[in-house]
Design a protein around this ligand. Sequence first.
Ligand code: HEM
Length: 96
Amino acid sequence: MDIGAYVAPTLRNVAFTAPYMHDGRFKTLDDVIDFYSSKVVWSPSISPLMHHVASRGVQLTPSQKSDLKNFILTLTDSSFVQSAAFARPAKFPDEK
Ligand code: HEM
């Protein structure tokens, strides 16, 4: 069993973090959406939650892809990313 081997990452602020997936194989969110739509491939370790693998993905129409991308972009929070409260400190506590 591969329970815990992969963790589904948060999509919060994902617009800022291309390239995507653990190996950066997808350059854009459109590439990721195309993958889930029609390029999913079965493997012995695929998640049982990937219900549409038999049809290579969820087969989204162009308009559904666009809606999905626009939804993902609503998870973008520039004010959080630029907040001084969460910036790298001038010095980390263990730094000399
Ligand atoms: C259309 C539906 C989905 C969308 C739009 C979506 C979107 C994404 C995006 C944008 C990433 C890249 C995150 C990053 O690199 O920071 C990602 C990764 C991932 N997603 Fe999804 N996802 C969907 C469905 C699913 C499902 C059904 C599962 C589990 C059964 C899943 C599990 C994962 C995992 C484990 C990763 C990390 C993969 C890796 O690092 O190689 N996703 N997803």
